[in-house]
Write a protein that binds this ligand. Structure first.
Ligand code: SAH
Ligand code: SF4
Length: 419
């Protein structure tokens, strides 16, 4: 069961934009010190050694720091009770473990939370902003994490793909999204969630992560790998690799490495079953066409009926939603242990696409079901705060405020009662 406070919430409450208090750095100010978040044990050891920490202490200090940062979730060296005051001073002088700046936190009327986070420029010319989204469901809480600011790919139905400013996020920035969400949800030992938070009643509040936010994770392989290895390390954030899913538009050369070196679940943004159509919807298809993509899927390490690949398929009215397409999908995936995830298209201002009619989505799903595939239709979440798939786009590239308010009002009118 979800902790609900929904009934009492009016739409205006649900659209509340929280500006969290706290000592956030000022707008545009770069973080002055290197962060210890997102470093491998070896890198952290080297950083400590460099600041004069004695060699015989390094291993123990790294273990202590990992525990405080990832297991206890502290973001202040002074809370590290078993580390001497002198050592804490050394750490404070040279490093930081601060969270990113929260520019905005929005809470949807379905409990979905979206954070707009700001990171330093790091060569991008100015500070950058990305979004992370938390989706509470019965029995689980999923955090959707971004891997890049914007995306260099230009899938024609995706809002993120229209954003110009692009840079890779660092491992620290990727991991910080998870730490920050767990902070805000009270998902660390001895912490409480803010009042009224909707989340799973039992277990971890962030139980699953999906690399399905902004960006193409396999165009930022090294940082994504490092962050996910810490997220799934038993001494790190301890998430099960089966509860971590990386979604790619089809960067074929990195698919095998994803299974081999990271070992997480794979999702493929398929969206079309013919090369001519996929070339338009997901233009990376021109470089890595369907045959190469499906071959790479067949070779995915650890693939079995118990560990299937998820194929995401956005339902676009009169574009890819015919029964011919459904037939083509079954044919294409023959012999691949697969789940099919039908995603109703989430509109955004300026798009020429429309979401398929509900009856057509159901027909399509029935056809796939009768061919033996589970094909859940993904319920759109957080549409009223533009937090749903493909709607993410950060402040630097946002629509004008009046435009956004009009659009949000329309979304509430149309989809305020999705669940
Ligand atoms: N870049 C990666 C991961 C992020 S996108 C990828 O493309 O796989 C997460 C999912 O949302 C992808 O399947 C993407 O194709 C889909 N998506 C993008 N825009 C969408 C929209 N407007 N409506 C519904 N799904 C969308
Ligand atoms: Fe980039 Fe994925 Fe959007 Fe395509 S769907 S533009 S790969 S974020």
């Amino acid at each position: 069961m979800l902790n609900s406070g929904l009934d009492e919430m009016s739409v205006m409450d649900a659209m509340t934009v929280l500006k969290p208090a706290g000592n956030q750095p000022a707008r545009g100010e770069a973080l002055p010190k290197p962060s210890l978040i997102g470093l491998t044990r070896e890198e952290m050891g080297a950083a400590l050694r460099d600041k004069g920490v004695p060699e015989k202490q390094i291993k123990m200090r790294v273990a202590q720091l990992w525990n405080w940062i990832y297991v206890r979730g502290v973001s202040d060296f002074d809370h590290m009770a078993n580390i001497s005051k002198d050592m804490r001073e050394t750490l404070k002088t040279h490093f930081t473990i601060a969270r990113p700046e929260i520019v905005e936190e929005q809470v949807s009327n379905d409990g979905t939370r979206k954070w707009l986070l700001r990171f330093p420029a790091r060569g991008a010319g100015r500070p950058v902003e990305i979004e992370a989204v938390y989706i509470p469901e019965e029995g689980r809480g999923t955090l959707c994490i971004s891997s890049q600011v914007g995306c260099t790919l230009t899938c024609s139905f995706c809002h993120t793909g229209t954003q110009r400013l692009v840079r890779n996020l660092t491992a620290e920035e990727i991991l910080s999204q998870l730490l920050l969400a767990r902070d805000r949800l009270g998902d660390f030992p001895d912490r409480e969630a803010p009042q009224g938070t909707i989340m799973p009643a039992e277990g971890r509040k962030v139980s699953n992560i999906v690399m399905m936010g902004m960006g193409e994770p396999l165009y930022n392989f090294d940082a994504v790998k490092q962050a996910l290895l810490i997220a799934t390390d038993g001494d790190g954030l301890s998430l099960s690799k089966r509860r971590v899913t990386l979604s790619t538009s089809g960067v074929v050369p990195e698919i095998f490495r994803t299974g081999d070196e990271i070992g997480v679940m794979l999702a493929i943004s398929l969206h079309a079953v013919r090369d001519d159509l996929r070339d338009i919807l997901v233009p990376i298809n021109k470089k890595y066409p369907l045959k190469d993509l499906i071959d790479a899927c067949r070779a995915y390490p650890g693939l079995s009926n118990a560990r299937r690949i998820t194929f995401e398929y956005v339902m676009l009215k009169d574009v890819n939603d015919s029964l011919e397409d459904a037939k083509g999908l079954i044919k294409l995936l023959k012999g691949v242990p697969a789940k099919i995830n039908l995603i109703p298209f989430n509109p955004w201002p300026g798009t020429n696409y429309q979401c398929s009619d509900w009856a057509q989505i159901e027909k399509f799903a029935d056809f796939i079901n009768s061919a033996g595939y589970a094909s859940p239709i993904r319920t759109p979440r957080g549409r009223d705060i533009l937090a749903a798939c493909g709607q993410l786009k950060s402040e630097s590239e946002r629509m004008r405020k009046t435009e956004r308010l009009a659009f949000e009002a329309m979304m509430i009118a149309n989809h305020g009662s999705d669940d």
